[in-house]
Design a protein around this ligand. Structure first.
Ligand code: FEO
Ligand code: CA
Ligand code: CA
Length: 613
């Protein structure tokens, strides 16, 4: 999402500008598992896939979710009501997963996040003035969709209606569980017990538990809180609270007024567990995993059968985290397993990563009463350690990273990969200097760092790390781009990462909408998805998105023959909410001819083969 994009642009302007054409030539295929022809970088307002592949739009913003008796059609003039939006696809699709039904690769649940809103596009009269009705519609346009889909001779179709269809949004009742539940810092006028909250929003990346529940991550929650005049506390400022709100809910809904209700914002920034197979189940915020600008929640088993969850905190100079459960996972992914593991995420240890200069690293526990995290340093309880995880991580000496986004585990080697998307402030005056793990000052292109846990065990306290790639255009002088091999295609600002079951690494990019096609990004085209073979190091451009979009969310069917991808915020050119979108995708061909819509796209090979090979 486009936080820090203004800073990004400022820094980009200081980098030498190299005039290159908007398109680069596709490289020939090398000797590796990536059997497709690379897609050239392009600024076309379309989804471009390799020859022999097709991309189909499946679930754009405003589509009926499929709830029986409540399937309003999308109104192209944005006149759908707040009630309509509560049962339609939200905006700004992000993290996503496919869960087979009955073990089938051809029928399943597609569960996805809706990260944020474009208020200009959401309402017929645009963003201003904010009204109570518009705030309702906006809150309904974030959260999570659960849809049922099936492969037919005509391609993938939504099953309408479906008994699984569900929208979870910014007003859905959600339980607060784990050590911070009921803490004084979690209590509000509307919820004196501190155990129940209305809604989840800012849902960015995700995770999936072994027992088949979906984890949605609340990222930039802070931009929805505001107040007429306020001087934020240090704790609020650390989480970005107190700056101008992106969406002025606080003007029409008092719970978002951070001066009047300061604890409400403590109830966001969590990982939320959802059982997509039970539409009546209440989602649960799992506070044992810590509060941050939550990016992914990537699950893997430890040697002894407990659950480890890797998480990024996506802000400049924030940290990488690992939660390890206290108890072992009960095997299975059916209803009985979901019941048996119902409380597993409520007990365990949260750690934060330190990346040392010698290529080693340590997981540092965030435990009240240990390592200087105690009343003397401002933490009354473990609940406060979790609510203020960033400050606790400061105390134990974690490494400040260049915006950790998605995390993915290589099923073959166990290596854990994290996208560090960019951080133009690195090494600038008054800012943290470069370090071994974050080696570029004014880092505008980002990269991917990886580590291997000691003894191949996700429960280990130590690991060894290196860089998989320092992204960028090697033709830009001083870019410092470093790819694993000479055959890699250039890209910038990795965000989404996903290993498929065949061991291919899918990389999705999020260059700022206002930087695309300009300056140091001129040769990189629109945001895109690349496929890497971690064995050969080959990285090939697989898909390029329409104008102004980012590519995010990656899910495959178990047979790897269908790939689901989200096109988020096509047409986003506006840092300040003004101006016209530069895209009409997917409904129009010329910008201005249709309201651009975020959408899920499914990509298949025309011959039905395994995608990417
Ligand atoms: Fe929502 Fe950090 O991407
Ligand atoms: Ca993003
Ligand atoms: Ca992201």
């Amino acid at each position: 999402m486009p936080l820090a994009r203004r800073q990004f642009l400022r820094s980009a302007a200081t980098v030498a500008v190299v005039a290159l054409m908007g398109e680069t030539r596709a490289r020939p295929a090398g000797a590796d598992r990536l059997g497709f022809s690379a897609v050239p970088a392009t600024l076309r307002d379309a989804v471009t896939v390799p020859p022999g592949y097709e991309a189909q739009v499946l679930y754009p913003w405003g589509s009926p979710t499929g709830i029986a008796g409540a399937m309003p059609a999308f109104a192209p003039d944005a006149s759908n009501s707040a009630a309509d939006q509560a049962v339609q696809a939200g905006m700004h699709h992000d993290g996503m997963h496919f869960l087979p039904l009955d073990g089938s690769a051809d029928r399943g649940l597609l569960v996805m996040n809706h990260e944020y809103t474009d208020e200009q596009l959401l309402h017929p009269d645009g963003a201003r003035p904010m009204t109570a009705v518009k705030a309702q519609k906006s809150l309904h346009a974030m959260g999570v969709s659960v849809i049922e889909i099936a492969l037919t001779p005509a391609g993938w179709r939504q099953v309408l209606p479906s008994r699984f269809a569900r929208r979870i949004h910014g007003q859905t009742p959600i339980r607060i569980a784990g050590p911070a539940s009921g803490s004084p810092l979690m209590r509000t006028a509307g919820d004196p017990a501190g155990e129940r909250v209305a809604g989840t929003f800012a849902n960015c990346a995700m995770g999936v538990t072994p027992w088949g529940t979906y984890l949605t991550c609340e990222e930039n929650f802070h931009v929805y809180f505001g107040a007429p005049k306020m001087s934020p506390t240090p704790a609020q400022r650390r989480y970005g609270l107190g700056a101008d709100a992106w969406v002025d809910y606080w003007r029409v809904d008092e719970r978002f007024d951070i001066a009047k209700h300061p604890n409400e914002s403590n109830r966001f920034g969590w990982v939320v567990e959802i059982d997509p197979f039970d539409p009546a189940s209440m989602p649960v915020k799992r506070t044992a995993l810590g509060r941050k600008h939550q990016e992914s929640a990537t699950c893997t088993l430890t040697r002894d059968g407990r659950l480890a969850i890797y998480m990024g905190d996506d802000s400049n100079f924030e940290y990488v985290y690992k939660f390890v459960s206290r108890d072992k996972v009960r095997p299975g992914n059916d209803a009985a397993a979901r019941a048996a593991n119902r409380d597993l995420l409520d007990e365990g240890t949260l750690h934060v990563a330190r990346f040392d200069a010698d290529g080693r690293g340590q997981w540092l526990a965030l435990r009240h009463g240990h390592g200087g995290i105690d009343a003397a340093s401002g933490f009354a309880s473990q609940a406060e350690v979790l609510i203020h995880a960033r400050q606790a991580a400061d105390i134990v000496g974690a490494t400040r990273m260049d915006r950790p986004e998605w995390i993915a585990v290589d099923p073959a080697s166990g290596a854990v990969h994290v996208a560090l998307t960019h951080n133009s402030l690195r090494g600038q005056p008054g800012m943290p200097p470069v370090d071994a793990a974050n080696p570029r000052a004014g880092n505008i292109f980002g990269g991917i760092l990886r580590w291997r846990e000691d003894a191949g065990d996700a429960a280990s306290n130590g690991f060894a790390w290196d860089h998989f790639v320092l992204a960028g255009d090697p033709a830009v002088p001083g870019s410092g781009a470093r790819y694993p091999n000479a055959e890699a295609d250039a890209f910038g600002c990795p965000d989404g990462l996903h290993f498929d079951s065949a061991g291919l690494l899918w990389i999705q990019t999020d260059m700022s909408g206002s930087a695309i096609g300009k300056g140091p990004m001129a040769a990189l085209g629109n945001n895109q998805m690349l496929c890497a073979d971690p064995t050969s190091g080959r990285i090939k451009r697989f898909l390029v998105g329409p104008g102004g979009c980012e590519i995010t969310g990656c899910a495959l069917t178990p047979d790897c023959r269908s790939l689901f991808v989200n096109i988020q915020h096509p047409g986003e050119t506006r840092a300040d909410g003004s101006g016209s979108p530069n895209s009409a995708w997917p409904d129009g061909t010329l910008p201005g001819s249709a309201r651009p819509r975020s959408a899920t796209v499914v990509v298949r090979r025309r011959d039905g083969g395994i995608v990417g090979t």
